[in-house]
Design a protein around this ligand. Structure first.
Ligand SMILES: Nc1ncnc2c1ncn2[C@@H]1O[C@H](COP(=O)(O)OP(=O)(O)OP(=O)(O)O)[C@@H](O)[C@H]1O
Length: 515
C-alpha cells in the first residue's frame, strides 16, 4: 500500500537522506529544498528515464539546455510580465499574506458560499470564476471577505482582510555591475521560453521539419505566495518540458497523442493510471496562452488530487509572440505587437512549403512533484511473519538510488573485505547506476536500511565465499537478497553480473511490480 500521509514521506526523506530543508542551519528558507545523497540519485534516475523515453526512444525530438536567467524582453513578450501573477490578500491583524484561492479553499463551505453571495454568485460552484471576480472587483471583494467572516488560518480570527491584488511571481535580478533601470533580467518561471527563443537555432542546426519537438529539463523559479506541502509547492522547482511543434490543424490529434504517451510514462515509473485523474481545464481557468489543457491530477497522500503535469495546447501564441513580422503569418492567437525580436520563428508548411508559425503542444511535468508521487507509490509498510513491521520502498529498479549494496559479513577479515570490494567493482562496471560498498556493520540493520531506501538487491560476501565456511562447494558464491520477497539465493560470482543485470533491467524477476 502506498504512503498514507505526507508526514510518513517527509520523515523518511529526512531520516534517510533524500530531501532536506534548504538553508536549514540558518533556520531554513521557505519554499527551497536540498536533495541529499539518495535524493539526487533518485532525481537523476527519474530525469534520465524521462529523457530516454522522450528523446532517445523517439525519432522526432531534440534536446536543449537553455540559460536560467533571461532577457526581460523574453518575459515581456511571452506575457509573463503582465499576467504571471497570483491573487494575493493580506491580513491586517496577523500581518500574514495568502494566495486568495488557497485561503478560500481552507475555509468552511458556508463561509465560501457567503463570499460568493456577496459577490453576486448564486453559489460557489464555479470557484475559478468567483476568484476571478474577487480580483476584478477589489473593493467589493474586501467587503465580501470581511462580511463573510473569512478566517485567517494562522490566527484563527475572522476579518482584517485587505483588498486582493495580483502578485507577479517572477524573480527579478540585476545583471552586471551597474544596478540601473535597464540592467535587470528574470529567473525563468518555466523552462519553455528558452525553447521558443531557440526555435530558429534548433531548426537551422538540425534541419528538422514539422512535426518535431524540443525537450528540456531544468530549474524554474516562482515566488509562490504560500509555498507549502513539502516539495509539492516550492519556489525553486525543476521542470521536464516538451514543446512539440506541429502544423496548425493537426494540434488536437497531437494533444491526444501526448496525453496517452505521458500517461504511459507515469505508469512505467510506478504511478498507476488508476491514481491519475485527467482534468480538462475549464475555459475560465486556462492560462493566457492555452486553447485547451489537460491537467494530470495525482492522488497525493494528505493533499488528495493535485496537478502533477499539465499538457497544454499553446497554439501559435508563443512563437507568434516572439516572432518578427507577426502580421505576415496569419496567426490564430491574439498577440501583442513585437518590435524587438530579430528573428522570424517560422518553418515551411509541410504541404504548401510556405512559412508558417507552428502550433505547440506542451507536456510540462514537475520533477519535484514527480519525486513525491514516485516516493509515495513505492512507500510500503509490511507486517512480517514475526510480527515486526518493515518499511520498504518498492521503487522500480531503474529509479532506485542504489542498485546493489555489497556487504562484507565480517569487517575485520581482510580477505572478505577485499573480495567484497572486487565484487562491487565488477558490478559497478555494468554501468547501471550506483553500487554501494556497505561495511557499516550489522547485517540486519543494513538490510533494513536498504529496504527503506529501495535498494533492489543486497549481495553478501561471507566465509563460504572465501572458502573458509563449512561447505566447500559454496566457494566463490555470494548471497543475493531480493528487496521485495526478502528471499536469498546463492549465486556464483562468475554469474553475478548477468544475474543482477537481467533483474535490474526488468528482464527477469518480480521487482517491476509496485505497491
Ligand atoms: N511551485 C511549484 N512547485 C513545484 N512544482 C511546480 C510548481 N509550479 C509548477 N510546478 C510543476 O510544473 C508543472 C507545469 O507548470 P504549470 O505552470 O502548468 O503549473 P501550475 O498550473 O501553475 O501549477 P499550480 O496550479 O499547482 O500552481 C506543474 O504541473 C507542476 O508539476
Amino acid at each position: 500500500m502506498p504512503a498514507q500521509t505526507m508526514e510518513e514521506l517527509v520523515s523518511l526523506c529526512k531520516r534517510r537522506g533524500f530531501i532536506f530543508q534548504g538553508s536549514e542551519i540558518y533556520g531554513g528558507l521557505q519554499g527551497f529544498y536540498d536533495y541529499g545523497p539518495l535524493g539526487v540519485e533518485l532525481k537523476n534516475n527519474l530525469k534520465a528515464s524521462w529523457w530516454r523515453t522522450n528523446v532517445y526512444e523517439r525519432d522526432d525530438m531534440e534536446g536543449l539546455d537553455a540559460s536560467i536567467i533571461m532577457h526581460r524582453l523574453v518575459l515581456r513578450h511571452s506575457g509573463h510580465e503582465a499576467t504571471f501573477s497570483d491573487p494575493m490578500v493580506d491580513n491586517r491583524a496577523s500581518k500574514k499574506r495568502y494566495r486568495l484561492d488557497h485561503l478560500l479553499k481552507d475555509q468552511q463551505e458556508n463561509v465560501v458560499s457567503a463570499v460568493a453571495q456577496a459577490m453576486g454568485f448564486g453559489n460557489a460552484e464555479n470557484f475559478a470564476a468567483l476568484v476571478a471576480a474577487l480580483v476584478k472587483n477589489p473593493e467589493q471583494a474586501e467587503q465580501a471577505l470581511n462580511a463573510a467572516a473569512v478566517r485567517d488560518p494562522f490566527s484563527g480570527e475572522a476579518g482584517g482582510w485587505t483588498a486582493p491584488r495580483p502578485f507577479n511571481m517572477m524573480f527579478k535580478t540585476t545583471i552586471g555591475p551597474v544596478a540601473d533601470e535597464d540592467s535587470y533580467g528574470y529567473l525563468r518561471p518555466e523552462t519553455a521560453q528558452g525553447i521558443f527563443t531557440n526555435f530558429k537555432n534548433v531548426v537551422d542546426s538540425t534541419s528538422r521539419r514539422l512535426p518535431f519537438g524540443i525537450a528540456q529539463i531544468g530549474k524554474a523559479f516562482r515566488n509562490e505566495i504560500t509555498p507549502r506541502n513539502f516539495i509539492f509547492r516550492v519556489r525553486e522547482l525543476e521542470q521536464m518540458e516538451i514543446e512539440f511543434f506541429c502544423t496548425p490543424g493537426t494540434d488536437e490529434d497531437w494533444h491526444e497523442h501526448w496525453l496517452q504517451a505521458r500517461l504511459a510514462w507515469w505508469e512505467a515509473q510506478g504511478v498507476p493510471r488508476s491514481k491519475i485523474q485527467i482534468l480538462d481545464v475549464p475555459r475560465e481557468d486556462l492560462a493566457h496562452y492555452s486553447k485547451r489543457t489537460y491537467d494530470l491530477m495525482y492522488d497525493y497522500p494528505t493533499l488528495g488530487y493535485e496537478e502533477i503535469e499539465g499538457i497544454a495546447n499553446r497554439t501559435d501564441f508563443d512563437l507568434g509572440s516572439h516572432t518578427r513580422a507577426q502580421s505576415d503569418y496569419n496567426l490564430s492567437a491574439t498577440v501583442l505587437p513585437n518590435e524587438d525580436s530579430v528573428a522570424k520563428l517560422v518553418i515551411p508548411h509541410p504541404e504548401t512549403q510556405k512559412p508558417v508559425v507552428p502550433f505547440v503542444i506542451e507536456p510540462s511535468a514537475g520533477v519535484d512533484r514527480a519525486m513525491l508521487a514516485v516516493l509515495s507509490e513505492a512507500y510500503t509498510k509490511e507486517t512480517l511473519e514475526n510480527g515486526n513491521e518493515r518499511i520498504v520502498l518498492k521503487l522500480r529498479p531503474h529509479l532506485a538510488p542504489i542498485k546493489v549494496a555489497v556487504i562484507p559479513l565480517a569487517r575485520n577479515r581482510p580477505e572478505i573485505v577485499e573480495k567484497a570490494k572486487a565484487v562491487k567493482a565488477q558490478l559497478q562496471a555494468l554501468g547501471l547506476g550506483r553500487i554501494l560498498f556497505e561495511d557499516s556493520g550489522n547485517i540486519g540493520k543494513a538490510y533494513r536500511r536498504h529496504d527503506e531506501v529501495g535498494t533492489p538487491y543486497c549481495v553478501t560476501i561471507d566465509f563460504d565465499t572465501i572458502g573458509k565456511g563449512e561447505d566447500a562447494s559454496l566457494t566463490d558464491t555470494v548471497t543475493v537478497r531480493d528487496r521485495d520477497s526478502m528471499e536469498q539465493q546463492r549465486v556464483k560470482i562468475g554469474e553475478l553480473s548477468a544475474f543482477v543485470a537481467a533483474r535490474l533491467k526488468g528482464e527477469v524477476g518480480e521487482l517491476v511490480s509496485v505497491g
